[in-house]
Design a protein around this ligand. Sequence first.
Ligand code: ZN
Length: 125
Amino acid sequence: MAQTVSVKIVSEDKVITIPANMMLSTKEEALMKAGMVWGALWVLMIGTIFIPIVHFIAPPILIFMGPIAGRIVYKMFADKQTLKLETTPPTCPKCSASIVLPSSLADWPVHNVCMECKTSFSAEY
Ligand SMILES: [Zn+2]
């Protein structure tokens, strides 16, 4: 699910506006990724059953790690909002040097310093 927003980068009195796509990953996508991780660990578990000595340790661990890893992956991707800028890389409003903005919306609004001109800037959507 994508939504078009505009990102405003402000440095001192100069402002740049960049169009961006806000993406919201759905619970179904997160569930599918979690299922893939869970399934991969259980396939690995079945594969280790046939390896001597390893089959005493790996299968009992992997049978519990499947659901635990699946839950961790689900928590990571469920309802995660990301921002994809259409102008890449974004530039500093003052000196036009490229700046780095985080893609995860958990880190927004951004308050940082341009590495070229050492001017502080803020970015919001
Ligand atoms: Zn700059």
